[in-house]
Design a binder for this molecule. Structure first.
Ligand SMILES: C[S@@+](CC[C@H](N)C(=O)[O-])C[C@H]1O[C@@H](n2cnc3c(N)ncnc32)[C@H](O)[C@@H]1O
Length: 433
């Protein structure tokens, strides 16, 4: 990605082109940020996240304003115009500045033959205002297949889910219970001038009124708190942890839940955290180090127990499987561009395989918690229902909780604009004999 002096908008267009080509924002944004002066970085972040969030609506508008699609080598200019449209529709920036800077960025992208088009399209977009969205995919700015799937799966809630996906998620903390009580840390935040309140369901959760940089959080570097959504924190309330237990976190990176487990029960015999990704596993160690916690880390395919298992069964297993991440779209709006409908069935097959393998290393009398950050039943209660039919003896535990929808085989949290992400949990126990 370009030289240091590239205009912000040209860099944003580059990032969006990468996302369109299948690269996630978390992969392509950090190097792009480095090409800009520190003062410009928050603006790049806002442009890229915002344009992804509203991509499907903006793309419909832009396509209707173009007589014909741009040729492939010029596709980056399409993204440049999307960024400008995002600002025209969703920001306070003066339209003349958006127009001028977009034309300038078009030149910087070495597309001088398209400056007239950029100017003309944006001028008419400004003059005519936003068109009426032509369908629900455009109105809610999601891919059509996602809208159809959510409408089918959640006939009473689909609009609420789509709306929540377009909001900005709050910043939520998990207080390290080994260091502070939640009330003690709330008092520290108050002293530091950070407005916050206790989460409703997670016992150690605190939601901030406004996001802040982590270095503004008292004792962050010393392990007092971690950033973690409320729904993700709930895993520890379901695991029923007790001293002496041997615990497996089968899909652990970046380690948010591994650390939550260790904080919520200080006298576990052992915690093993597995992840197959060599690039993500070090993040688990970084989090453990900051929090002063210990777990044994293994890089392996958890499903291939022959590769890593030492023959000792586990009392507790957390299986936080890879999934579509359809419950956390508000935090990762690029999912709208990256995910395909055809991804779901292969994911469900991986999830089922992992569940079956983890079941084989669970001790009789032990408990397994299955988790996803998805709102699609195919990855959630349907997997559990099928598993319960096939595994004689697996017992579904119905937790006594106030949150989520009872799906008959697990509980589903839908993303809530005022609090937690979308998440699914099912609790299974293996009988003693
Ligand atoms: C939903 S994320 C886990 C998030 C983590 N539990 C947390 O709370 O921070 C799923 C993880 O599973 C890992 N993964 C995917 N397939 C795996 C497999 N077969 N064995 C082990 N890890 C796997 C991915 O690399 C990814 O880090």
């Amino acid at each position: 990605m370009g030289d240091v002096h590239r205009p912000l908008r040209a860099v944003a267009a580059d990032v969006l082109l990468s996302v369109e080509n299948g690269v996630s924002l978390s992969q392509c944004l950090p190097p792009a940020l480095q090409t800009l002066a520190p003062g410009e970085r928050p603006a790049l972040q806002a442009l890229c996240y915002g344009t992804c969030r509203w991509f499907h609506r903006l793309d419909d508008e832009l396509s209707s304003r173009l007589k014909k699609p741009l040729k492939k080598p010029d596709r980056i200019v399409h993204h440049l115009m999307l960024v400008a449209l995002f600002q025209l529709r969703f920001s306070q920036q003066a339209p003349y500045a958006i127009l001028n800077e977009s034309v300038e960025a078009c030149r910087a992208l070495d597309k001088p033959h398209l400056t007239g088009l950029v100017n003309g399209v944006l001028r008419s977009a400004e003059r005519e205002g936003a068109p009426e969205p032509k369908n629900d995919a455009s109105r809610f700015s999601h891919p059509g297949w996602m809208v159809a799937k959510l409408r089918h799966n959640w006939p009473d809630n689909w609009q609420q889910i789509l709306h929540a996906n377009n909001t900005q998620a709050p910043m939520t903390l998990r207080v390290n219970a080994l260091r502070f009580s939640r009330n003690e840390y709330l008092a520290l935040l108050l002293e530091a001038g950070v407005a916050a309140s206790a989460t409703r369901f997670a016992p150690h959760g605190i939601q901030l009124s406004r996001p802040v940089q982590v270095d503004q959080l008292p004792w962050f570097a010393d392990g007092a708190v971690s950033v973690q959504d409320e729904a993700a924190q709930l895993c520890t309330t379901l695991l029923d942890l007790a001293p002496g237990q041997r615990v497996l976190d089968a899909c652990a990176a970046p380690g948010g839940k591994t650390c939550a487990i260790l904080e919520s029960q200080a006298e576990l015999a052992e915690v093993i955290a597995i992840d197959e990704s060599s690039s993500r596993l070090p993040r688990v160690q970084e989090n453990l180090d900051r929090l002063g916690l210990h777990a044994s880390l293994l890089q392996a395919d958890a499903a291939d127990t022959g590769q890593w298992w030492d023959g000792n069964l586990f009392d507790r297993i957390l299986l936080d499987v890879p999934c579509s991440a359809s419950g956390v779209i508000r935090r990762h709006p690029d999912i709208k561009l990256l995910r395909r409908e055809t991804d779901i069935a292969p994911l469900a097959a991986i999830q089922t395989g992992l569940l079956e393998s983890m079941w084989s290393v669970l001790k009789p009398g032990g408990r397994l918690v299955y988790a996803t950050c998805s709102v699609f039943p195919q990855e959630n209660h349907r997997i559990i229902q099928r598993f319960l039919k096939q595994q004689n003896g697996a017992v579904l535990v119905e937790p006594d909780v106030q949150w989520g929808h009872d799906m008959g085989a697990g509980r589903q949290l839908l993303p809530d604009p005022s609090s937690h992400d979308g998440f699914f949990y099912a609790v299974l126990e293996k009988p003693e004999s």
